[in-house]
Write a protein that binds this ligand. Structure first.
Ligand SMILES: *Cc1c(COP(=O)(O)O)cnc(C)c1O
Length: 379
């Protein structure tokens, strides 16, 4: 008997301990984590993040946004380094996107938000309105108006939706939940040019792709663009609930005193964990190593799965990797788990890998070996 709403499909094991890139269940079995808890514990269960949390818990773990927070300042300074951004802290990806939608509307004085079919931006009303998937909205009544959905990687479809009320275009640079689909480079650059020329704000949802996941701190750095607004969450504090919105300084007057807020936003435990996470991500050569691990992991996967008729494609960016398959996803996930490997799914036909950025060569070999066995055993 459960006292919880049954809005998740939970596997019947519980992780009770974690160390590095391994999870331990209540029976004492160890699992190599190729999911990072859905792209959250990007550094694995890192001893220095743990130490930062414990140190902060000994000092003070909450202080309202009525008082100064040098920790928020430090995290913001690290996040915006090299850019003309200011930061706002909240508690989740959906909240970060809510803030982005509100800022875009208030700063532009317009209401229209164009996002993309098959996108995912979260479960609150604003974030859900931006999400281009009907199944997420069923049963929740009238959604927000002035949202429309272009075709991913198709600039003409964006132009066709633009009108005098268009405030912003919002997108993921790798669509995560719907199947690990990276945006085309030319499309993104043309879209950024088009938005700039037409004074439409460009919002990039980096909730999943940010914080080094793709081999750069932000995935937009691969595309040689600078969005007007960026949203972050998942990996930002390596497992402590947090969200952030970064926006260009020129938008600052729209988010003036009293316009928006969050009681928990920028919580001390979250900020202590985020600061240490950023320190780790910014150690010299860290991102180059992530890119190297990505090349190794993708190369090994290609070799191991080559010729397997159930594997249709391997794609991704950095350590955000999708294996498109004709086989049953839940069978694949369960088989991998029985063999001690945790993987995710995306869309209807993709096994999604979001391994910790700290994964070792030995862990790459082990994970790939397991996936090879799994794909050989399924129909
Ligand atoms: C996970 C995700 C969200 C939602 O984040 P929550 O913290 O669950 O609200 C939004 N956008 C993208 C791209 C995501 O992957």
């Amino acid at each position: 008997m459960s006292f919880l709403f049954q809005n998740y499909n939970r596997a019947s094991i519980e992780f009770v301990k974690a160390e590095g890139n391994y999870l331990m269940d209540s029976e004492g079995r160890a699992y190599l984590d190729f999911s990072s808890g859905i792209g959250v514990t990007n550094l694995g269960f890192h001893p220095q993040v743990q130490a930062a949390l414990l140190r902060q818990a000994e000092q003070i773990w909450h202080s309202p946004n009525l008082y100064l927070s040098s920790l928020q300042e430090k995290v913001a300074e690290e996040l915006v380094a090299g850019y003309d951004y200011l930061a706002f802290f909240c508690n989740s990806g959906a909240e970060a996107n809510e803030a982005a939608i509100k800022l875009a509307r208030k700063a532009s004085g317009k209401q229209g938000i164009i996002s993309f079919q098959q996108s995912f931006h979260g479960r609150t009303f604003g974030a859900m309105a931006a999400t281009g998937q009907e199944k997420i909205k069923i049963g929740f009544g009238d959604g927000l108006s002035h949202f429309s959905y272009a075709i991913y990687n198709d600039l003409a479809s964006v132009k066709a939706l633009v009108n005098s009320d268009t405030a912003a275009v919002m997108l993921e640079l790798v669509q995560g939940e719907s199947g690990v689909l990276p945006a085309d480079e030319q499309f993104v650059q043309d879209l950024a040019d088009f938005c700039r020329q037409n004074k439409i704000l460009l919002v990039v949802d980096e909730v999943q792709t940010g914080m080094g996941r793709t081999g750069k701190l932000y995935s937009f750095e691969h595309y040689d663009i600078v969005p007007d607004i960026v949203t972050l969450a998942k990996g930002l504090a390596n497992g402590v609930p947090v969200g952030a919105m970064l926006g260009k300084k020129e938008l600052a007057s729209a988010f003036n005193y009293g316009s928006h807020g969050s009681t928990f936003g920028g919580n001390r435990l979250a900020m202590a964990a985020a600061l240490e996470t950023l320190r780790q991500l910014k150690t010299p050569d860290f991102m180059e190593e992530v890119q190297e691990k990505s090349r190794l992991l993708v190369g090994e996967l290609q070799t191991a799965l080559q010729g397997n008729p159930r594997v249709l494609a391997i794609r991704g960016l950095g350590l955000m990797i999708g294996i498109e398959t004709s086989s049953n996803l839940s069978v694949l996930v369960e088989k991998a788990r029985e063999k001690g490997l945790i993987v995710l799914t995306a869309g209807t036909n993709v096994i999604r890998l979001l391994p910790p950025l700290t994964l070792s060569e030995e862990e790459i070999q082990r994970g790939v070996g397991t996936l090879k066995e799994v794909f050989e055993e399924v129909d």
